[in-house]
Design a protein around this ligand. Structure first.
Ligand code: ADP
Ligand code: MG
Length: 280
């Protein structure tokens, strides 16, 4: 890392479409640019010149066999892993490779890991309140008075995640699926532009899976949402555009029918027995 702090300075951005966009090589309507990102672990390329664009408001599904680089890609976007080469921009102005993890979160990228991490001994409402408080102390945020705008945001989020009726219950009493929704709600309290969600329906009942599809669809438009998921029925139910990763590169990209019919995708991913598709 160069240690540069000015995100606008001397960006070595390759030009994906030099005719378009206000900045050099920037595309209008694109919220996330990953260009030629390579990540090496002991010489092994977890990401191999990965190039990927996410549009503002789109809901993108990322699929691919285990080891394809999906989690590493999210680690690069959120600043957890620094690539060996390539460029990563959030919107026109934010060079992700010059920012720390907290700065990236602050700039409007929210990430949901697979395991829900709600505060079990606080109510659903308090969990949302605490999430809004960010790094303020728990005690201060629980006893400070909400502004009308904050109250409205919590109310709207409870509606979005379908937990209005459970607002006064302890988060620890929720089902697995409800905890996942609450955690998505907690991310929404930061009003992120881009949400990264890793395997949201793992361990959910069919009803919870269906409700999660509705929830993610309702977020698209207002947010860009990138979902990594193995459950192909679920992907089919939400996907507009699907990206298939394989060996750290984009193997195929397009609508779900095109991708599922692609012989290369069938060979490396879909054609395998179900257990092989999730092996390491
Ligand atoms: P996916 O999420 O698609 O299953 P990952 O991004 O987790 O894939 O991993 C991609 C490859 O990089 C795998 O071969 C994995 O073993 C390797 N890898 C991931 N993280 C590390 C690490 N910290 N050190 C060494 N190898 C890693
Ligand atoms: Mg992974």
């Amino acid at each position: 890392m160069s240690g540069a702090t000015d995100p606008g300075a001397a960006a070595p951005a390759p030009a994906p479409d030099s005719a378009a966009g206000p900045g050099p090589g920037r595309r209008p309507g694109v919220v996330l640019y990953l260009e030629a990102i390579t990540v090496r672990f002991d010489g092994f390329k977890a990401l191999d010149a990965l190039t990927l664009y996410i549009d503002a408001g789109e809901l993108r599904c990322i699929i691919g066999p285990n080891g394809a680089g999906k989690t590493t890609m999210m680690d690069v976007i959120t600043g957890k892993t620094r690539p060996d080469s390539g460029t990563a921009w959030f919107g026109q102005d934010i060079d992700l490779l010059t920012r720390t993890e907290p700065q990236i979160a602050q700039s409007g990228i929210g990430r949901k890991f697979q395991k829900p991490t709600v505060f079990e001994h606080h109510t659903v409402f308090e969990n949302l309140e605490l999430a809004m408080a960010g790094d303020k102390s728990v005690w201060r945020s629980l006893f400070h008075r909400l502004t009308p705008a904050q109250g409205e945001l919590i109310g709207a989020t409870l509606e979005t995640i379908g937990l209005v009726q459970r607002r006064g219950e302890l988060a620890g009493a929720l089902s697995h699926g409800q905890k996942q929704w609450l955690e998505i709600g907690m991310l929404l309290m930061q009003e992120p532009k881009l949400l990264l969600i890793d395997e949201p329906v793992a361990g959910m009942t069919p009803q919870e899976t269906e409700r999660t599809a509705e929830l993610l669809l309702s977020l698209a438009g207002r947010h860009s949402v990138v979902v990594v998921e193995h459950d192909m029925d679920f992907v089919r139910s939400i996907a507009r555009k699907v990206t298939v990763l394989h060996e750290g590169r984009v193997l195929a990209e397009g609508d779900i029918d095109t991708v599922q019919a692609d012989p290369r995708v069938i060979e490396v991913y879909l054609g395998q027995p179900a257990d092989a598709a999730t092996r390491t």
